[in-house]
Design a protein around this ligand. Structure first.
Ligand code: SF4
Length: 63
């Protein structure tokens, strides 16, 4: 299963992914997003509601 991953060096903490897909993403220390439940939503939802809207495109898939 592919798992989403946030590059926290690039994340600007806008919270879009956290607001749109709270089943998968949450705000971590230093106001950066992190993945806490990679299987919390479907791949399509993660792709469309988080990855595609991230303003700095810092959410990636990892095998
Ligand atoms: S949408 Fe992108 S920049 Fe915004 S909090 Fe999520 S990972 Fe960070």
């Amino acid at each position: 299963m592919r798992k989403p991953w946030v590059d926290q060096d690039a994340c600007i903490g806008c919270e879009l992914c956290v607001i749109n897909v709270p089943e998968v993403f949450r705000l971590a220390d230093h106001d950066k997003a992190e993945v806490y439940d990679p299987g919390g939503e479907t791949e399509d939802t993660i792709q469309q509601e988080a990855m595609d809207v991230c303003p700095v495109s810092c959410i990636y898939w990892r095998d």
